[in-house]
Each structure stands twice: as structure tokens, then as C-alpha cells.
Ligand binder design. Structure first.
Ligand code: HEM
Length: 398
């Protein structure tokens, strides 16, 4: 190793020991930092964000995610939101299992099928707004409103039109710039709509109805759990899928010809996971150790927190060849973008469906998508792996 390389490694080790998920400086060298971590200190300690062990290798991430008894989801937030605990993401089994058993059936592909046409229509109406201009900022003009409208429609499917409109406006505001105040408003709205649903004596088989009339095993669901479920469904589905659409659009601008691949409906089965692997919208989650445990030679003491890096695991060359690039035409499986183990994303079918429809409608109307010359591509630091803005121009199809 040359002196220069040694200095570089020392600098990366130093940055890693203070890694802060909100730091722009860390963000700029993020992939180098995690490559360094995977190679030299796969379970590194940072004093950033209140202190965490950063788990960077694929196999270690899998081990943590699959052992919820040792690595608990309670009391472990990576980013303190100031909100009460959100069920099921902040719970362990058996409460988490009960919540998933109640809600999973509503997020199967079959259960979501009745919403498909509305997704197409929503996407088309948003494209109508910018198609004549020949340009768009894809996150705020397309992905955000599309996801916000559809997510609230699916989650709050028992609301009046007026209530739904208010929910959509708030979801949109959160999608455009989440702040603690907006999260608090979203939470207050979930509380209010839940109360109204109870007063109305809600029936049917939507999320609100199941939360009001259902049980967790043999006991009633507490109000905090009901609100938590509503809140995390909206928060979990919004930034993530919005970011995914932005990230994929950006990749299209970087690889001329890729667009045509996505015009073939087979891309959904064949290629979508490769995009989600490379630019995993959820960068990391946190867990807390419930006992002293050794992970890859490092002793993590009971009560210490770990930062599980899905993004780094998905770029681990021990698992994925040429992991920093999109590699199609190869059976790549097992990415961690939707998590692993008991908390694996409840909304993965919905996200896939929304992404599929978003690109089906977009690519029917536009071609030759490229970044505008003034585009300022910035990956924003934080818990998501998302771009600040994706300013594109395009030609019209036909
Ligand atoms: C591309 C889009 C999405 C990505 C990348 C994503 C990613 C993830 C990941 C990594 C987890 C695991 C969290 C953990 O282990 O602590 C998760 C859980 C979760 N996601 Fe998603 N998600 C997406 C879309 C959605 C959608 C559309 C919804 C809502 C319908 C949703 C709702 C949730 C909920 C409620 C959980 C918690 C599940 C539990 O704790 O059992 N997500 N998601």
C-alpha cells in the first residue's frame, strides 16, 4: 500500500468512527466509506447519531435482521421523530406478528388489484400537467403526488371525498419536505380519522375498518397501536416509493437505451429488483441488542444500538458481482431493499405495482429522457437513499 492509500484508509476509518447519517461530508464519500467498512471493519462503531455499531456486510445484515430476539426493534430509532412508538415497525413479536396477520391480507397483489385503474388514471393526469412543456421535475411533479394520492386512497379507503382530499394534501406536503411538524400533523390526522371511523361504526374490509373492528390475537387493539399502524403505513410508503421512482428515472438518464428495456413489461419481473438493489430507497434501520452478543468478532453489549445498512449490504461484492453497477441478465436474488426477517416490508407488492404503473404510463408518453443541462443531482443524506430533485427533459412519443 502506498503512503497515499494508507492516508486515505486512515481518513475513511476516522470518518466512519464519527459517521452521521445527516452529514453531507459523509454522504459525499458514502460508497467509499462502506466499501472500506465491509473490507476492514464490518462492524464499526460510530459516535454519530447517539452512538451505533454500523453493520455493513450482507451476511451480518441478514444475521441481525433474522434474529429479532437479540436485535430488537423497540427503543431503537435511528432518527428520533418525537412520535410515540409506531406499531408494527417499533414492536417485536408477538405484537408485531399480530399486526402483520391483521394487515398483510390488505396488501397482497389480489387485494390491491381494485386500485390498479385509479393508479393508471392518477399517473396519466399528472403527466398531462407537464407533457406539453417537454420537461419535469420527476419527484415533486410526478412521483410525490402520484404516491401520496394512491397511498392515502388505499390506507384511508373508508373516508369521505373531503377527508380524503385533506389526507392527500398532507401526504403531499410530507412527501415534498418531511419536518417534525408535518409528521405531528400527519399523526394528528390519523388520530382524528380513526375517531371519526369509530363514531361512524365503520364496517367493510379496509385498513381503518380492520384496525377499529379487529383484534391482536385475543385482545383489543389499543388506540396507540391503531394510530401507529396508520402512521407508519403512510410514512413507510411515501418517501420510499417516491424515492424509488426518482432513482430509477435518474438511472434511465445515465444509460441511454435502458428506457427501451423498461418498455418491455417483462422488466418488472426481470429488472426492477436490480434497480432497488443498487439504489435501495431505505438506506438503514436500527436495532437494539437485548443481550451481550458477538457479531463478526465485535462484542455488542446489551442496550447498545446497531445501524443495519441495507444500502451497503446491497453493494457487498461478496454477494453481488460488480455491485456498484446495474447488472441485468443475471439471476441476482436476495437483495435487502425491502428488509429481511419478520419486519420485511408489508408494502412491497404495492410499491412494485406503483413503480410498474408509473413507468408504464410515463414511457407511453415520453421518450429519450435526459437530465436538463442545469440539473443538480444530489443524494440527500439521511435514512433514505434519495435524490433531492430529478430535473428531466424528454421528447413526446408520437
Ligand atoms: C420501494 C418502496 C419501499 C421500500 C424500499 C421499503 C422498505 C422497507 C424496509 C427496508 C422495511 C423493513 C424495516 C425494518 O426492518 O425495520 C420496511 C418495512 C415496512 N414498510 Fe416498506 N418499503 C417500501 C414501500 C412501502 C409501502 C408502499 C408501504 C405501505 C403500504 C410500506 C410500509 C411498511 C411498513 C408498515 C413496514 C413495517 C413492517 C413491520 O414492521 O412489520 N412500505 N419497508
Amino acid at each position: 500500500m502506498t503512503m497515499h492509500q494508507a492516508d486515505k484508509q486512515q481518513d475513511l476509518a476516522e470518518q466512519l468512527s464519527h459517521f452521521d447519517i445527516f452529514s453531507w461530508e459523509n454522504q459525499r464519500v458514502k460508497w467509499e466509506l462502506f466499501a472500506h467498512a465491509r473490507e476492514r471493519c464490518p462492524v464499526a462503531h460510530t459516535d454519530g447519531n447517539g452512538g451505533f455499531y454500523i453493520v455493513s456486510r450482507y451476511d451480518d445484515v441478514r444475521r441481525v435482521m433474522e434474529d429479532w430476539e437479540t436485535f430488537s426493534s423497540t427503543e431503537s430509532p435511528l432518527v428520533p421523530t418525537g412520535l410515540p412508538s409506531l406499531c408494527p415497525i417499533d414492536d417485536d413479536p408477538p405484537v408485531q406478528t399480530a399486526a402483520r396477520q391483521l394487515l398483510n391480507p390488505l396488501f397482497s397483489r389480489t387485494a390491491l388489484a381494485p386500485h390498479e385503474e385509479a393508479m393508471h388514471q392518477t399517473a396519466r393526469s399528472l403527466i398531462d400537467e407537464f407533457i406539453d412543456r417537454g420537461s419535469a421535475e420527476i419527484l415533486n411533479e410526478y412521483a410525490g403526488p402520484y404516491i401520496g394520492r394512491m397511498l392515502t386512497k388505499v390506507i384511508f379507503n373508508d373516508l369521505t371525498d373531503e377527508e380524503l382530499e385533506a389526507a392527500q394534501a398532507l401526504a403531499l406536503a410530507v412527501a415534498e419536505g418531511a419536518t417534525p411538524e408535518l409528521y405531528a400533523q400527519l399523526f394528528a390526522m390519523c388520530t382524528e380519522y380513526l375517531e371519526r371511523a369509530k363514531k361512524r361504526g365503520i364496517t367493510g374490509d379496509g385498513v381503518l375498518a380492520r384496525l377499529v373492528n379487529g383484534r391482536f390475537g385475543d385482545r383489543p387493539i389499543s388506540q396507540e397501536e391503531q394510530i401507529g399502524c396508520l402512521g407508519i403505513l403512510v410514512m413507510g410508503g411515501l418517501d420510499t416509493t417516491r424515492a424509488a421512482i426518482g432513482n430509477i428515472t435518474y438511472r434511465l438518464t445515465q444509460h441511454p437505451g435502458l428506457e427501451d428495456r423498461l418498455r418491455d413489461p417483462a422488466w418488472v419481473r426481470r429488472d426492477m429488483d436490480e434497480f432497488l438493489r443498487l439504489d435501495s430507497p431505505v438506506a438503514a434501520m436500527a436495532r437494539v441488542a437485548t443481550r451481550d452478543v458477538e457479531l463478526n468478532g465485535v462484542l455488542i453489549k446489551k442496550g447498545e444500538r446497531v445501524q443495519v445498512r441495507f444500502d451497503s449490504a446491497n453493494r457487498d461484492t461478496a454477494k453481488f458481482r460488480d455491485a456498484d453497477r446495474l447488472v441485468f441478465d443475471e439471476a441476482r436474488s436476495g437483495h435487502t431493499a425491502f428488509g429481511m426477517g419478520v419486519h420485511r416490508c408489508i408494502g412491497s407488492n404495492m410499491a412494485r405495482m406503483q413503480i410498474e404503473i408509473a413507468f408504464e404510463e410515463l414511457l407511453k408518453r415520453v421518450r429519450n429522457i435526459r437530465l436538463v443541462s442545469t440539473a443538480d443531482i444530489q443524494w440527500v443524506p439521511g435514512q433514505s437513499n434519495a435524490l433531492h430533485a430529478v430535473d428531466i427533459e424528454f421528447d413526446r412519443v408520437g
